[in-house]
Design a protein around this ligand. Structure first.
Ligand SMILES: Nc1nc2c(c(=O)[nH]1)N[C@H]1C(S)=C(S)[C@@H](COP(=O)(O)OP(=O)(O)OC[C@H]3O[C@@H](n4cnc5c(N)ncnc54)[C@H](O)[C@@H]3O)O[C@H]1N2
Ligand code: MOO
Length: 467
């Protein structure tokens, strides 16, 4: 009988986030800001465009002049202009993005003009064929960004477009939240380096360390590979001491948290820190353990320790559900939880009467044609339980109907089978109950990957008319 009370998943997540502090701010250069959370508002020091700018290649004119033949008194090109004012009865050649010369109040695109032969004195003349409206094809000063505008707020995540926005406003030194330093340690005498070939008796290759290092790195963390701890108290203690010395914010271990006599993680954490929970009602991941260590010798700072179960899928699921939100909170995310969407099952799922299950699935967007009711039968017909060839409901021709996400199971969900996480972009939240959840049922799905890479259904996704 375990000494640890079994707690619910939301309680476990709350406990973790309560013990997680958002890290302070550091200054980084523009290219270092990608994926980071801003720690201060960013304002525009000047307007964009900084001058009235032409939207077209053409002629800068005085709108009230109307159509007719005009003298071209100069030109304004992006980056250089003649500084000759445009007076009524004259025009200036202008290129896209160039400053509209003083006196001009409209631009006529080159397609609505005809260049006339130069006169004997070499003067350029042009026939403006269409009268312009005041302000036509001119971007006024500050029409894209006004001076003093807050272009990005503290708490915003910097993505690719945000890098462009920051560059536009000249923000090349940025205050962003620090990202956590995360160490990953595997445990177990049977666990050997991935390069081992052939395997010795009883050995298995270390899948968790590489996977969890990758997961932490993708979450933006600075990662530290702590290797593999042998199943002895002494070696494990030594590994923990190294983790402390390395100044980690977070230590993630895998294995050694269950009920075996060589499952040494919980006893170690009990001796050196505080265990906040040691069992969670979830499948997979039941022995998930969370502890904090107060490091007196480092100013009393706290290190978070996640003892993930050794089964690779359990590690994968627990990382996503509890470690990732903690890393996000540390890095400044205001809402660090995984995002939920609704999806329909493409196949029946067997329910677990004891534990709610996080069923790995690949979400795929598809159309339900107008007038077609989603039913268990139609969904089952298109379902696949085979992780090697995910396929969903066939796309239907127009008209457009409801847009739905379909959840395609990755197959056998045993927690040793990491192939059940292959191509998974969601964890389906399947409540604990007896019996079968039929295909076509609507379930909630936690996103664990970018939906931009979701599979395209056989035959492609029907397009919107006009695209
Ligand atoms: N008597 C009980 N036994 C078990 C229980 C229980 O409640 N009572 N819970 C089971 C559940 S659920 C899980 S999950 C596992 C978790 O066990 P541990 O965290 O102690 O993990 P290990 O025993 O060290 O390893 C489990 C499994 O995973 C393999 N493994 C470990 N590390 C790695 C690695 N880095 N890469 C790849 N594979 C790894 C290991 O060889 C084992 O096969 O406990 C159940 N037992
Ligand atoms: O909870 Mo364990 O992670 O089922 O295999």
């Amino acid at each position: 009988m375990s000494a640890y009370r079994m707690i619910s998943i939301p309680d476990a997540q709350d406990i973790v986030l309560t013990h997680t502090q958002t890290l302070g701010a550091v200054t980084v250069g523009l290219s270092g800001a990608l994926g980071r959370v801003l720690a201060e508002d960013v304002r525009a020091p000047d307007s964009l465009p900084p001058f009235p700018a032409s939207i077209k290649d053409g002629y800068a004119v005085v709108a009230t002049d109307g159509a007719g033949e005009y003298l071209v008194i100069g030109e304004s090109r992006a980056g250089q202009l003649d500084n000759v004012p445009v007076r009524p009865g004259t025009v200036a050649y202008i290129t896209t993005g160039a400053p509209v010369p003083e006196g001009a109040d409209a631009v006529v695109q080159v397609e609505d003009t005809e260049r006339l032969p130069s006169g004997p004195d070499g003067e350029h003349r042009v026939h403006i064929k269409k009268a312009a409206k005041f302000g036509q094809d001119i971007r006024p000063v500050g029409s894209d960004i006004a001076e003093g505008d807050i272009v990005l707020k503290a708490g915003e995540l910097v993505g690719v477009a945000e890098i462009g926005i920051l560059a536009t406003v000249g923000a090349v030194h940025l205050k962003v939240h620090s990202t956590p330093k995360v160490g990953v340690l595997s445990t177990g005498d049977e666990v050997v380096d991935p390069s081992t070939l052939p395997l010795g008796p009883g050995q298995i290759r270390d899948a968790n360390r590489a996977m969890l290092l990758a997961a932490a790195a993708r979450a933006g963390a600075e990662v530290v590979d702590l290797g593999v701890a042998r199943d002895t108290e002494g070696h494990l203690e030594g590994c923990l001491a190294t983790a402390i010395e390395r100044g980690l914010d977070v230590l993630v271990t895998s294995g050694g948290v269950s009920m075996g006599d060589r499952d040494l993680i919980k006893p170690l954490l009990e001796r050196q820190g505080t265990i906040h929970f040691g069992r969670v009602r979830m499948k997979p991941g039941k022995p998930l353990t969370f502890a904090t260590l107060t490091l007196q010798e480092q100013g009393g700072r706290k290190m978070l320790i996640f003892g993930l179960p050794g089964n690779p899928v359990s590690s994968f699921v627990c990382f996503n559900l509890v470690v990732l939100p903690a890393l996000r909170k540390m890095a400044g995310w205001a809402s660090p939880e995984l995002r939920r969407v609704a999806a329909r099952l493409t196949s029946d799922l067997k329910l677990d009467p004891e534990r709610p299950e996080y069923h790995r699935a690949t979400l795929q967007w598809s159309l339900v044609p107008a007038g077609t009711r989603t039913s268990a039968t139609s969904a089952t017909a298109a379902s696949s339980d085979d992780s090697t060839s995910p396929s969903g409901p066939q796309p239907q021709p127009q008209p457009l109907g409801a847009c739905e996400l379909w959840a395609i199971s990755t197959g056998n969900q045993i927690s040793s089978r990491l192939l059940s996480a292959r191509s998974a972009n969601a964890l389906l939240e399947i409540p604990s109950a007896s019996g079968i959840l039929p295909a076509g049922s609507l379930v909630s799905a936690l996103l664990i990957d970018d939906l931009g890479g979701m599979p395209v259904p056989p035959g492609g996704v029907a397009t919107t008319p006009g695209f």
